[in-house]
Design a protein around this ligand. Structure first.
Ligand SMILES: [Zn+2]
Length: 189
């Protein structure tokens, strides 16, 4: 019996070791799961107001950067006098209201979406966590040098870390009745 046991052990051991060594290789041959690459859902045109004014001229349009850190314009610039009321374009929640590099920045989550809008330079009259309604005044436009000598609101739209064209939030009745464009807005893409 002792002989049989030893024989079994010495015979089986290399098999066990071989199996243990091979199994990671077998696993490595299995392709890793590929994350789904679903196309980005469209931006719903749920804005009910412009962020400033009623027909704000678009001083500079959205120009998506070719790379994450490349040059571009990650929003649109709307002309308005300093001190103008800045409004939430859609209902949502205040994610950030504070100063970044000396500029007043306001970021609002758009209710029911994975989108958020940003406004600057703005002196916020709301605080983080506040719920806001469409058209509600959330601050006043500050003077700034973003558009040279003309005061303007830089309006941004993000989904996660991806910048989108904020004008896509505007339904046709707002967009078409809206901006008188001083400069041509480059086509998307
Ligand atoms: Zn801008």
């Amino acid at each position: 019996m002792r002989y049989v046991t030893l024989w079994t052990l010495w015979t089986a051991l290399p098999l066990v070791l071989t199996a243990a060594l091979l199994s990671p290789l077998a696993w490595a041959d299995t392709p890793p799961p590929v994350p789904p690459t679903a196309p980005s859902p469209r931006v719903p045109a749920l804005a009910r107001a412009w962020p400033v004014g009623t027909r704000p001229p678009v001083l500079r349009g959205w120009r998506p950067p070719p790379t994450a850190y490349g040059p571009g314009h990650r929003g649109v610039d709307l002309a308005a006098p300093a001190g103008s009321p800045v409004r939430a374009v859609a209902p949502g929640r205040v994610l950030f209201a504070g100063r970044v590099a000396g500029r007043g920045v306001l970021s609002l989550e758009v209710r029911g979406t994975d989108l958020r809008t940003t406004y600057e330079p703005v002196r916020a009259s709301v605080g983080e966590g506040d719920q806001v309604e469409a058209g509600e005044v959330v601050g006043t436009l500050e003077a700034g040098a973003h558009c040279g000598t003309a005061p303007c609101l830089h309006w941004g739209l993000l989904r996660g870390g991806t910048y989108l064209d904020p004008l896509t939030l505007l339904p046709p009745w707002l967009l078409n009745g809206g901006p008188s464009r001083l400069l041509p807005v480059p086509p998307a893409g």
